[in-house]
Design a protein around this ligand. Structure first.
Ligand SMILES: NC(=O)c1ccc[n+]([C@@H]2O[C@H](COP(=O)([O-])OP(=O)(O)OC[C@H]3O[C@@H](n4cnc5c(N)ncnc54)[C@H](OP(=O)(O)O)[C@@H]3O)[C@@H](O)[C@H]2O)c1
Length: 259
């Protein structure tokens, strides 16, 4: 199927690894022009041919700067993928130990970064009748025991914000959609944050990585790949999905057991 994306323009946040990098690769493979935002620009990202904008998206200035550079490079924005989120800092896991600072960090990266980047890109998205795709999390629908609850709380707020925005913008030609991954093997799990979860569970990091999909209820009993999430994002970005507005696609290997 021709996804009719060739030549169109996209901005991807949190693009240097994991789901963001897989999304840049998938959009580039469709012939899109891509501006990629992250704090670092590893060779895996630069070799995609995307234009990399080094930027800290936990700050208001970072969000504005990314969109300004994207408009200089691309002219207009057809597709915005608000992927940045999660955390790369080891947080307190128990609610009683959580600090305001930790809560605000989750909110800055998982809610306010998408809000700010979308707001800055909105004039262009209205001109192009573009698409906004937010990467949320299955955790917003089924909070998992042991995850700091600032994270699913911020993602739940993101889901609501994107649904409300889809209503506000749908009639003006801009589609807003959410994609919610389940357990996806990325540096989030392979790095310090995953190691902290393993310690809390009382198992070695390697064993934790081996058991997590089954423990999380993933019916395939394996990790979801970043490429699987990127494929869904690419399809939603396509004009082939012209009537997909306000949906929340859950890609969690069947882990959520409610309707
Ligand atoms: N992996 C999962 O199991 C899973 C499940 C559900 C939802 N998600 C969601 O999927 C999205 C991507 O997750 P992932 O697992 O791919 O994460 P990841 O491997 O930790 O990658 C995070 C990306 O975001 C960038 N980033 C982090 N902080 C940033 C900041 N302040 N400014 C700019 N860029 C920043 C990182 O690049 P730099 O370090 O270069 O800045 C990196 O490219 C997140 O929204 C996450 O919540 C993931």
């Amino acid at each position: 199927m021709d996804l009719q994306l060739a030549g169109r323009s996209a901005v991807v946040t949190g693009a240097s690894r994991g789901i963001g990098l897989a999304t840049v690769r998938a959009l580039r493979a469709e012939g899109m022009r891509v501006v990629a935002g992250a704090r670092t620009s590893p060779v895996e990202l630069t070799e995609t041919g995307a234009t990399v904008v080094p930027v800290d998206l936990s700050t208001p200035a970072g969000a504005v700067r990314l969109v300004e550079r994207a408009l200089e490079e691309l002219g207009e924005i057809d597709v915005l993928v608000n992927n940045v989120g999660g955390t790369d800092r080891v947080q307190n896991l128990a609610f009683a130990d959580s600090t305001d600072e930790e809560w605000y960090e989750f909110l800055e990266l998982n809610l306010m970064a998408p809000v700010r980047v979308t707001r800055a890109a909105l004039p262009s998205l209205l001109r192009t009748r573009g698409v906004v795709i937010a990467v949320s999390s299955g955790d917003a629908l089924t909070p998992r025991q042991g995850t700091p609850i600032g994270y699913p709380s911020a993602k739940a707020a993101l889901n609501t914000a994107m649904k409300a925005l889809s209503v506000e913008l749908g009639a003006r030609g801009v589609r807003v959609t959410t994609v919610s991954p389940g357990a996806t093997r990325t540096s989030l799990w392979e790095g310090e944050v995953g190691a902290r979860f393993a310690t809390a569970a009382g198992v070695a990091h390697e064993d934790f990585l081996a058991m997590l999909p089954t423990h999380a209820g993933v019916l395939t009993e394996r990790w979801i790949t970043p490429e699987e999430i990127a494929a869904a994002i690419t399809f939603v970005a396509s004009p082939r999905s012209a009537s997909t507005i306000g949906a929340n696609f859950l890609i969690d290997g069947g882990a959520l057991r409610s309707l």
